[in-house]
Design a protein around this ligand. Structure first.
Ligand SMILES: CC(C)(COP(=O)(O)OP(=O)(O)OC[C@H]1O[C@@H](n2cnc3c(N)ncnc32)[C@H](O)[C@@H]1OP(=O)(O)O)[C@@H](O)C(=O)NCCC(=O)NCCS
Length: 161
């Protein structure tokens, strides 16, 4: 039987942002996203973006994510999602992705969630595909010559326990 993994999403605040900034991905994953410190700095300029710490059942911060729904829009975006390298491969990433998608569909009333990632990382296709994301098209990207893959999740395709 599949183990149920529970996580909590907690908005970042003055007491947890430094811990989020100190989380790390592995060396070969660093090109996937900027540092959490950069993502936290960016929040100053995108007030509709929500940033959360991802906590395990012992209330330890094990990951970080940013996402949001622009005002009066039905399409939400997940900008960043990371699990600290020491805690990867334990189901936390998918549990966090599922909670974020539930919030965007059922609280923000989105029709669709979009995410972009490095097209060379087949593990990300599997990871996002595991809750129903479908790859749509390659988009131009400032940081990567081969572009970024846009994957889309509609509420009808979303599967979760
Ligand atoms: C992507 C990421 C968030 C996944 O978190 P995680 O906690 O390790 O993932 P989970 O343990 O929930 O795994 C969920 C599924 O994805 C697969 N998966 C996750 N990361 C994988 C990897 N690096 N390689 C191969 N498969 C992977 C797992 O095998 C699992 O599938 P399974 O249930 O069929 O075994 C994490 O690897 C990470 O932080 N990566 C660096 C940042 C990044 O690339 N973010 C996404 C783009 S912004």
């Amino acid at each position: 039987m599949e183990k149920i993994v529970t996580i909590k999403l907690k908005p970042i605040n003055s007491s947890n942002w430094e811990e989020c900034a100190n989380l790390n991905v592995s060396a070969d994953q660093m090109s996937a996203l900027p540092s959490n410190l950069f993502s936290i700095a960016e929040l100053n300029f995108y007030p509709q973006t929500k940033a959360v710490a991802i906590l395990n059942t012992k209330d330890k911060i094990i990951g970080f994510a940013t996402y949001g729904t622009p005002e009066n829009e039905k399409v939400s975006k997940i900008f960043r999602l990371m699990i600290d390298e020491k805690h990867q491969g334990k189901g936390y990433g998918r549990a966090a992705l599922t909670e974020i998608a539930k919030e965007l569909f059922f609280k923000n009333n989105s029709d669709e969630i979009q995410v972009c990632y490095d097209p060379n990382r087949s593990s990300l296709k599997n990871f996002y595909g595991s809750i129903g994301f479908k790859e749509k098209e390659l988009l131009p990207c400032k940081r990567r010559r081969e572009g970024k893959m846009l994957a889309v999740l509609s509420c009808d395709d979303f599967h979760f326990e």
